[in-house]
Design a protein around this ligand. Structure first.
Ligand code: ADP
Ligand code: MG
Length: 369
């Protein structure tokens, strides 16, 4: 296997504020191949920005090491200065120079390049980010999305070894975000750069990244491609953050070759792989097994003929479909994605059927995460 282009090997970063030591990143590892786009996904305060600052060289490591393109740039004893790491950064607020026009902003990091070559590179990058006609404009004359693209072109201009993007879309309208995420991904791909994106928005992460690390309290809970995160979240923290489903108790019956789980909304069948995982994580001798099943909006359908019913709490109309929040007999709430034509009122009983295609379940145990 080739060496990864970027390796974070068990890094930790601590902040010391007036004698109070806070470990913001603990024992975090990840690796990216050249040209890959990775993402750190997690709630505010979980340590995402701190990881980027450590990779840039703005924060020293308390432990572990960072290897970039075969070179160890940081460990607990050593920290190569930021300017020697050739890392480009796009900040949340873009940090464009207000008194410089688009061409000057993009060319900012190219001071040492010959004039003609510099102009050519600026034009090429402006073209790539769709701003070829706006080179003489100033930041205040641009929309948020355009400013974002200038920031991206400026970061890419010196052909950085690595591109870091810290919540680059958070100042933009929701509908613009997802479109721009796909555009930005294509621009990064075309540049050949290796990149790390940081976000708290799962849709952005899914739209952009080859690999996603779900972060929780300074550590990565799972580092996987999007589909794997969705289908086989490694633990409750990931299951809870990805897809925002409800964990509903159930009972597993079967053996390592497969079986079924009964829930208050019906029965789901379980593959050998999942059955094996449940049995391995269960207390010895416990049978049938108490488990928790992740039910997301797509796992539950409306079915007026079903014997299983729940009470509609509220509905959110989205156009072609709508989200029903429903209360089960146990008092637990689940969300179901149903047809936009349905018109139940809050308080009404609604027939439901489980339509779980990729079951996610954990052995019930109050101590494991
Ligand atoms: P995120 O980017 O995921 O929101 P941060 O990396 O900014 O998280 O912060 C992680 C933790 O470290 C938080 O608890 C935050 O309060 C703390 N922290 C961040 N920067 C500093 C700093 N310069 N000094 C002290 N604590 C900090
Ligand atoms: Mg941050």
């Amino acid at each position: 296997m080739p060496l990864p282009y970027l390796l974070l090997d068990h890094i930790s970063v601590t902040y010391d504020t007036a004698g109070h030591v806070h470990t913001a990143v603990r024992d975090l590892s990840l690796s990216l191949a050249r040209g890959e786009i990775g993402c750190l996904l997690g709630p505010s305060g979980c340590g995402k920005t701190t990881v980027l600052r450590a990779v840039c060289g703005f924060e020293p490591l308390g432990g572990g090491r960072i290897v970039l393109d075969g070179r160890e740039v940081a460990n607990a004893q050593l920290s190569e200065p930021p300017e020697r790491r050739h890392v480009g950064v796009v900040f949340q607020d873009y940090a464009l120079f207000p008194h410089l026009n688009v061409a000057q902003n993009i060319g900012f990091g190219l001071a040492r390049m010959a004039r003609a070559e510099r102009r050519e590179r600026i034009e090429m990058l402006a073209q790539r980010v769709g701003l070829a006609g706006a080179l003489r404009k100033y930041p205040h004359e641009l929309s948020g999305g355009q400013q974002q693209r200038v920031a991206l072109a400026r970061a890419l201009a010196p052909a950085p070894a690595l591109l870091l993007l810290d919540e680059p879309f958070s100042n933009l309208d929701l509908d613009l975000r997802e479109r721009l995420a796909v555009e930005v991904r294509d621009i990064i791909r075309a540049s050949g750069a290796t990149a790390i994106l940081v976000t708290h928005d799962q849709h952005e992460a899914f739209a952009m990244a080859d690999r996603i690390g779900v972060m929780h309290a300074g550590a990565i809970a799972q580092w996987s491609p999007a589909r794997e995160l969705w289908r086989t979240p490694a633990n409750r923290v990931v299951a809870d953050f990805i897809g925002r489903g409800a964990l509903i108790p159930g009972t597993f019956r079967g053996n390592a070759d497969g079986g079924g789980i009964s829930l208050e909304l019906g029965e789901i069948s379980v593959s050998a792989a999942l059955a094996d995982k449940l049995l391995r994580n269960a207390d010895k001798g416990a049978y049938p097994l108490s488990v928790e099943v992740l039910l997301r909006a797509d796992d539950i359908s409306h079915d007026p003929a079903s014997p299983f019913e729940a009470t509609l709490v509220r509905r959110a109309f989205r156009g072609a479909d709508q989200l029903y929040t429903l209360r089960l007999a146990s008092g637990r709430e689940v969300v179901a994605r149903v047809d936009g034509d349905l018109a139940h009122e809050a308080g009404e009983r609604v027939g439901l059927r489980l339509t779980v295609r990729h079951p996610v379940a954990f052995a019930a145990s109050p101590v494991s995460i």
